[in-house]
Design a protein around this ligand. Structure first.
Ligand code: HDL
Ligand code: ZN
Length: 421
């Protein structure tokens, strides 16, 4: 402790915590939908992609009811962006989190937000190559690495993996396997087509072959974890449903053999409004018992979990107290808003201390790495100020170095250490 920098006084505690939260390099953003440059158009970036983010599509379809969702999707990307910009930014204050985020990005790039010139914004992005812009975004966001979402069932993505492994160390693969658990009836014929001896009724060698499929893709991708987004009503165990033996006999054994976590992300209520397409999903409260039973039945498997319902987040904290193989992460999707990040981060620190990953961005557009983390850093900073002040008031000695270590952990180092990466 002798050569560490002790904090003396509440103001210094608060100022130091804020500085560290805003300036700590992000070790890893543990869940995104970003891709490295080699994936081509799968990587979304630039003004029009920012403004047509599916969160903003949902907002424009409720705000400007003169254009129906069908009418919106008939527009070109540029027309969609112009429509959203006019309806959600010019016609009314862009006060929602997803709207404010676009402006945070423009400001971070040094663009004239007050000028409101879409032409200037489009020209800015057009003047960079994707490689240049990736470098810029990682620098502005002060981010070291992101975890992708890589789907072997995606016909656009699979050929990129056929061409070789990921070679940009900033982009860590994650093996996304929803179809194995959610739409087995669609996954089975595709696995068969790819040479795996699998039957719809899971008979014969099916579960060993699913495990071989997972091991083959793990060989190709070297994923940080295996993930699946599961509905709010997902059951485990689920009597008579294919998902349970697929988990028990294929996914979990493969994760244990690979020594990587399985990441069930639970709570989506799919397509509550199908006309909104990707923007049409809702949220439902899941049975936390699914997570408890996974952790209890498979104590040798690591479970890296985020849940979509606000109520489930508190239950997840309690479950994590019971199972050391359970690591909660992020304020996912509809939870990724300052008011809820605040609540979730407080209850996590109060119940778990620092053994968690406070946030992920879920970015679909490269530029969101800038705003989602700028916003989250500030939200988390406000919580940590209170928590470290509480500690300070007990007479506990606080040091800059300890807080730096704590924050780096919360921002993703805890995942890298826990997953052995
Ligand atoms: O399933 C997921 O990973 C979700 O994050 C969905 O992609 C969702 O559409 C999303 O983008 N949430 O932020
Ligand atoms: Zn996601």
């Amino acid at each position: 402790m002798s050569d560490e920098t002790r904090l003396t006084g509440p103001a210094e505690v608060c100022n130091t915590v804020e500085r560290i939260c805003l300036e700590t390099p992000l070790p890893v953003d543990v869940h995104t939908h970003l891709y490295s440059a080699r994936f081509g158009d799968l990587l979304l970036w630039g003004f029009d992609e920012l403004v047509t983010y599916h969160y903003l599509i949902a907002e424009v379809c409720r705000t400007n009811r003169e254009v129906t969702p069908d009418g919106f999707y008939e527009m070109t990307k540029t027309e969609q962006a112009d429509h959203i910009w006019q309806s959600l930014f010019i016609d009314e204050s862009p006060i929602s989190e997803a709207r404010r985020g676009v402006l945070t990005c423009l400001q971070a790039y040094g663009l004239d937000v007050e000028g409101r010139s879409v032409e200037e914004y489009r020209d800015f992005f057009a003047s960079s190559s994707v490689e240049e812009h990736i470098d810029r975004v990682f620098e502005v966001a002060n981010c070291e690495k992101v975890v992708m979402t890589n789907d072997p069932f995606d016909d656009e993505e699979r050929p990129v993996w056929d061409a070789g492994a990921e070679d940009d160390p900033r982009f860590i693969p994650a093996l996304r396997i929803d179809p194995l658990l959610v739409t087995w009836h669609e996954a089975q014929p595709r696995l068969e087509q790819w040479g795996y001896d699998v039957a719809l009724d899971l008979s014969g060698n099916t579960l060993a072959e699913v495990r071989r499929f997972l091991m083959d893709w793990a060989e190709r991708m070297n994923p940080a974890y295996m993930a699946a987004s599961l509905g709010f009503n997902f059951q485990y165990p689920h009597e008579g449903h294919s998902s349970t033996p697929v988990i028990d006999e294929a996914i979990v054994p493969a994760c244990i053999e690979l020594d990587i976590p399985f990441s069930p992300m639970i709570g989506v209520k799919r397509q509550v409004n199908p006309s909104l397409k990707l923007a049409g999903d809702g949220v439902g409260k899941c049975d936390i018992g699914v997570i408890e039973r996974l952790c209890q039945i498979h104590p040798d498997c690591k479970f890296f979990v985020t849940l979509l319902s606000r109520e489930n987040q508190h239950e997840l904290c309690v479950a994590a107290r019971k199972f050391p193989n359970l690591m909660p992460f992020g304020c996912w999707w509809f939870l990724n808003n300052p008011s809820i990040i605040d609540e979730i981060t407080r209850e996590r620190l109060e119940l778990l201390g620092l053994s968690l990953v406070a946030q992920h961005s879920d970015c679909r557009v490269l530029d969101q790495l800038v705003y989602k983390w700028e916003h989250s850093r500030r939200s988390i900073s406000e919580v940590l100020k209170d928590k470290y002040l509480d500690l300070y008031r007990t007479g506990w000695t606080l040091t800059v170095e300890q807080i730096e270590q704590d924050v780096r952990g919360l921002f993703g180092q805890n995942f890298l250490d826990w997953a052995g990466l």
